[in-house]
Design a protein around this ligand. Structure first.
Ligand code: LLP
Length: 418
């Protein structure tokens, strides 16, 4: 079932019409479906049902809204966090500390200390020196940090260059061939229990082959580390499965992904950790917007909507495609450019695209905006910070307020000497 569906000529999210949310909350606004989050969370888990020992750590960078985290915590998910701020959110949502994975290429010592004191379940080390520092910080507190070493398998994930993370020139992990030497130096440090390895090769992966190739490299490394006498108890396989943004996109199903993982990791005898973000959140949200003007253009008209690149950055940043659909379509189509009000040519969501016909005052949505949407919003052009709504059945709640431009202005000051 699609949790965003047309009923009586209008778009609904579960049991709530979009028109009602627009009237009561205003636009632009992100609208999430709790049922969609739950469904994908269960599909991801079900896909892995034949894998013996797993832990699911939702990559909260994809959508860190507290209410979303609560929904996923109730589904038994832990979290993959990359900052002290994300860690605080995961804990605030009720996720147990020992189910939290602390990733991130630049964790500060203060963040490591917060993680240790909170009892975080796994630290993903990005470099040897981080392991030395973590060991010292833990030992000073009479603690032992459980850690894995993130290795860079030098695999091309076949995704956008800005979200590819597993090629050797990327900043992430240690070169896989250096891992045995780093293990040898870190193993046995008081305060550190180095129990395995982690990978993440990129996001929005539409093909399982690069993942499988990376897993094969990880397996060779695990064998080598075991042969050297290390106890390897966990492997973190990262996130990365993509979602469909437009007609013709065919991402791997979570069943196929799970089957591949089961096949590729058979006999590894480790706890497998997973950090899915987009696969859980992507299709669970839309960005609801209102058409401000339809402005004549040289070739096609410009549909100027009240959402902009500051609310949904993905098209401007990655040339990403988000389907544009009218909330009350009249059945006609038009060729148009869709743009926001921000004063940049890059503030365009679509150029020369055939879309539902819309006119001034109409509501529309950008679909598949549940992941890397609101969380990447800014207040550029002194626009308000976009609010978020969670629908659950026939109820909805504003789960993040619109932060008005005046509120942001109130946090600034002019020094008295000016
Ligand atoms: N684990 C690690 C270590 C990661 O770096 C990421 C994403 C994930 C898990 C989750 O990956 P996913 O399952 O969502 O593919 N802002 C970009 C995406 C950046 C992803 C960065 N890392 C976008 O809007 O496409």
């Amino acid at each position: 079932m699609d949790h965003f569906h047309y009923q009586d000529g209008a778009l609904w999210c579960e049991g709530v019409p979009m028109t009602r949310i627009a009237a009561e909350v205003g636009t632009p606004v992100y609208v999430y479906s709790a049922a969609a989050f739950r469904q994908r969370a269960r599909e991801f888990r079900d896909g892995l049902s034949t894998v013996p020992d797993t832990h699911l750590a939702y990559a909260i960078k994809a959508n860190p809204n507290l209410a979303v985290l609560r929904v996923l915590a109730d589904e038994g998910y832990g979290a993959d966090v990359v900052s002290g701020g994300e860690m605080a959110r995961a804990l605030a949502a009720g996720m147990p500390a020992d189910g939290i994975v602390f990733s991130g290429v630049g964790k500060t010592e203060a963040e490591l200390v917060r993680g240790l004191e909170a009892g975080i379940g796994q630290f993903n080390l990005e470099l040897e020196e981080e392991g030395v520092v973590l060991a010292r910080l833990a030992a000073e507190r009479g603690l032992t940090a459980t850690a894995v070493l993130r290795v860079n398998p030098d695999v091309d994930a076949g995704t956008h260059a800005k979200i590819s993370t597993g090629r050797k020139e990327n900043k992430f992990g240690v070169p896989i061939d250096q891992a045995p030497a780093i293990f040898a130096r870190l193993a046995g440090l008081p305060g550190l229990s180095l129990e395995g390895v982690a990978i993440h090769i990129g996001s929005q992966l539409m093909d399982l082959a690069p993942l499988e190739a990376a897993y094969a490299r990880v397996k060779r490394l695990v064998d080598e580390l075991r042969a050297a006498g290390h106890r390897i108890a966990r492997v973190d396989l990262g996130g990365g499965v993509g979602v469909a943004y437009k007609a013709g996109d065919v991402p791997p199903t979570l069943a196929d992904y799970g089957a591949m993982v089961a096949r590729a990791t058979r006999g590894w005898d480790v706890k497998l950790m997973f950090e899915p973000g987009r696969a859980i959140a992507g299709n669970a949200g839309v960005l609801l917007t209102e058409v401000i003007w339809v402005k004549p253009g040289v070739v096609h008209p410009y549909v100027i909507v009240d959402a902009a690149m500051n609310d949904l950055a993905r098209p401007a940043l990655y040339d990403a495609w988000h389907d544009f659909a009218a909330v009350t379509p009249d059945g006609e189509r038009m060729m148009a450019n869709i743009a926001g009000p921000v004063c940049e040519t890059g503030d365009t969501f679509a150029m020369a695209r055939e879309v539902d016909r819309v006119a001034k005052g109409d509501l529309a949505v950008f679909r598949t905006a549940g992941a890397y949407g609101a969380t990447m919003a800014s207040t550029y052009n002194s626009r308000a910070l976009v609010p978020e709504v969670l629908v659950d059945g026939d109820r909805y709640a504003v789960v993040a307020d619109r932060i008005a431009a005046e509120t942001i202005l109130a946090a600034e000051r002019v020094p008295e000497w000016l």
